[in-house]
Design a protein around this ligand. Structure first.
Ligand SMILES: Cc1cc2nc3c(=O)[nH]c(=O)nc-3n(C[C@H](O)[C@H](O)[C@H](O)COP(=O)(O)OP(=O)(O)OC[C@H]3O[C@@H](n4cnc5c(N)ncnc54)[C@H](O)[C@@H]3O)c2cc1C
Length: 395
């Protein structure tokens, strides 16, 4: 494994650093102070669109653009981890708030037919204004037991009728479409899963409500209901054939998750690094850096973050080599958020009473970091996955 950062990666990181310092952190801070997500027409989003954000990596099959731009391929997983770490250093919430197809994109790319990819992703190739896509798996009854989702899908002629509730879906209230997972029969478990693209304004897609969050306030996490929500069969991702071949949509969802775990680990490390950098500034300003015990603790947190990042990079590198990375991805996801949480808690201690006043960036980072242990499979669930593997049980 090669640990060197290529010139191209270094340039991308540097560009993100500048944008992060000048635009992303101030915007995230503004949303946090307001206690609400930035509205879709906020000038920040237009600005970031002009900087090239908010676009899909999908290109029409066979187009000249696709041949030149390596069609439908994400940046390497290693690059994604490096950029996730740098982006979250400046503001993780604002990174998710950015326009674009979001978590729905990998699901459409991995499961969708070429026609569906064209229909749902083409608007994101060069959008005239900021637009969003979203992904909804989690339900009010719980998000960890993904195999047991309760939202029902019933075929009715040329349509499907969806009934159920979804929660904590990022950006879904402002999205053009939401990739919604439902089951045709709960008794079938994973084999019963189907993924639908539910378009904005579809009758029965109702009651959007922005959830309250302790951190990451810059983007909306939204709950909504599907009540007799009629979706054309053409919006069943992959068509029926996809599910006959692959035991339901569950694998599609899991692919989406596995691609994201090393990047989530990177984001946690980025938040932890930001907290430690802030802590160093406080230590310098208050003359605390002469305290060997504090320096020792600072170094220990830095070391744990570095170790977690190396593990995330290993998991990403395996993905880039098309080698199984489930264990490494789970280990990185299990390790990085607690390390980052401890780092922000240490920074809060350094800050002392000022932390309680809620006016310092460290306090915001302390609230932001917790979600990283929850999203895309909690720390406990990662440990369940790894421990089952250790004793040879199937996942
Ligand atoms: C900021 C944020 C953004 C999110 N964005 C999205 C999104 O865009 N789309 C989406 O679909 N979802 C999203 N989610 C939901 C997220 O995926 C779920 O919160 C997560 O899967 C956990 O589900 P839960 O919160 O319902 O907890 P539960 O599943 O109810 O679990 C509760 C607790 O029990 C533990 N637990 C559960 N089962 C076990 C077990 N077998 N062994 C040991 N411990 C267990 C869990 O680790 C957790 O600590 C988001 C969540 C947050 C906080």
């Amino acid at each position: 494994m090669d640990f060197s950062i290529t010139a191209d990666q270094a340039a991308q990181i540097e560009r993100l650093r500048v944008l992060g310092r000048e635009h992303m952190r101030p915007a995230g801070w503004r949303a946090d102070r307001a206690g609400a997500p930035l509205p879709p027409d906020d000038a920040f989003f237009t600005r970031m669109l002009a900087e090239g954000f908010g676009r899909t990596r999908w290109r029409p099959h066979g187009s000249a653009a696709s041949a030149a731009a390596a069609p439908n391929k994400a940046a390497s997983a290693v690059t994604q981890v490096l950029l996730a770490e740098e982006g979250a250093y400046w503001d993780r919430g604002i990174g998710v708030a950015l326009p674009g197809p979001g978590l729905g994109e990998p699901a459409i790319l991995s499961m969708g037919t070429p026609e569906q990819q064209q229909r749902f992703l083409a608007p994101f190739v060069d959008p005239a204004k900021p637009i969003w896509g979203a992904f909804a798996m989690t339900e009010p009854s719980g998000g960890s037991d993904v195999a047991n989702i309760k939202t029902r899908a019933r075929r009715d002629g040329d349509d499907w009728v969806l009934d159920g509730a979804k929660s904590f879906s990022g950006n879904s209230g402002r999205a053009q479409w939401i990739v919604v997972f439902a089951t045709i029969d709960p008794a079938l478990g994973r084999a019963g899963h189907r993924a639908f693209v539910v378009e904005r304004g579809t009758p029965g897609l109702t009651d959007f409500r922005i959830e309250k969050k302790m951190g990451l306030k810059a983007y909306e996490s939204t709950s909504f209901f599907l009540t007799g929500c009629r979706v054309p069969h053409a919006n069943l991702l992959g068509g029926e054939a996809y599910y006959q071949q692959r035991s339901g949509g569950f694998k599609g969802a899991m692919n989406t998750f596995n691609a994201g775990r090393p990047a989530i680990a990177g984001m946690a490390v980025g938040i932890g690094r930001a907290a430690l950098d802030e802590a160093v500034q406080v230590m310098q300003a208050q003359g605390l850096w002469s305290d060997q015990r504090l320096r020792d603790r600072l170094e220990r947190h830095r070391r744990k973050l570095k170790g977690a990042l190396l593990l995330a990079l290993k998991a990403a590198w395996l993905a880039d080599q098309r080698q199984p990375n489930m264990l490494e991805a789970s280990a990185a996801k299990a390790m990085a958020p607690p390390a980052a949480f401890d780092a922000t808690a240490f920074a809060m201690e350094v800050l002392g009473l000022a932390g309680g006043a809620g006016e310092h960036l460290i306090e915001k980072l302390f609230r932001d970091v917790k979600a990283l242990d929850i999203v895309e499979g909690t720390g406990q669930i990662q440990r369940v996955v790894m421990s089952r593997h250790l004793v040879g049980l199937p996942n």
